[in-house]
Design a protein around this ligand. Structure first.
Ligand code: GDP
Ligand code: MG
Length: 155
């Protein structure tokens, strides 16, 4: 069988945990450093989906967030407008691809400004599968990428 290679792009505001999530999934580690340098453009991980060899290449948007108009506008705290802006951006750049909405850092749930129901309403509105994760505690991270790989192979 030929191996399938899938490019995965992780987008979102700065400091939400994008680099951490990629690092967790591909290297199995978590660190407290912000803006850690991964050192390469992407990390990869192999997985088996329905007996098919799949290679996920996870691309980080390291450091670019600060210069992005979307992030600039919503940098101060999470915002639901940011979700739809990021979604539009993805849609414009790459069209209709398997997509998920992730609420990370649920280990800090007590501090969250985002109510669970609100996030779910947004996911429904944008027709996105929704996951709550903690990269720190390794909750639901594998599920996110498994879902994306599955979804991609079903096309
Ligand atoms: P990025 O700008 O989106 O790439 O964010 P980073 O991956 O650099 O993470 C920003 C900060 O959030 C770092 O200090 C991480 O250690 C921390 N972080 C990432 N994921 C989690 C999580 O699930 N829980 C907690 N408590 N901290 C996290
Ligand atoms: Mg980063």
């Amino acid at each position: 069988d030929m191996e399938v290679a899938i490019k995965v792009v992780v987008v979102g505001n700065g400091a939400v945990g994008k680099s951490s999530m990629i690092q967790r999934y591909c290297k199995g580690i978590f660190t407290k450093d912000y803006k850690k340098t991964i050192g390469v453009d992407f990390l990869e991980r192999q997985l088996l989906v329905n007996d098919e060899d799949v290679r996920l290449m996870l691309w980080d948007t390291a450091g670019q967030e600060e210069f992005d108009a979307i992030t600039k506008a919503y940098y101060r705290g999470g915002s639901f407008e940011a979700i739809s802006s990021w979604w539009e951006k993805v849609e414009i750049e790459v069209g209709n691809i398997p997509t998920v909405l992730v609420q990370n850092k649920i280990d800090l749930l007590d501090d969250t400004v985002i109510k669970n129901e609100e996030a779910e309403v947004w996911a429904k509105k944008l027709k996105l599968r929704f996951y709550r994760t903690s990269v720190k505690e390794d909750l639901n991270v594998n599920e996110v990428f498994k879902y994306l790989a599955d979804k991609y192979l079903q096309r």
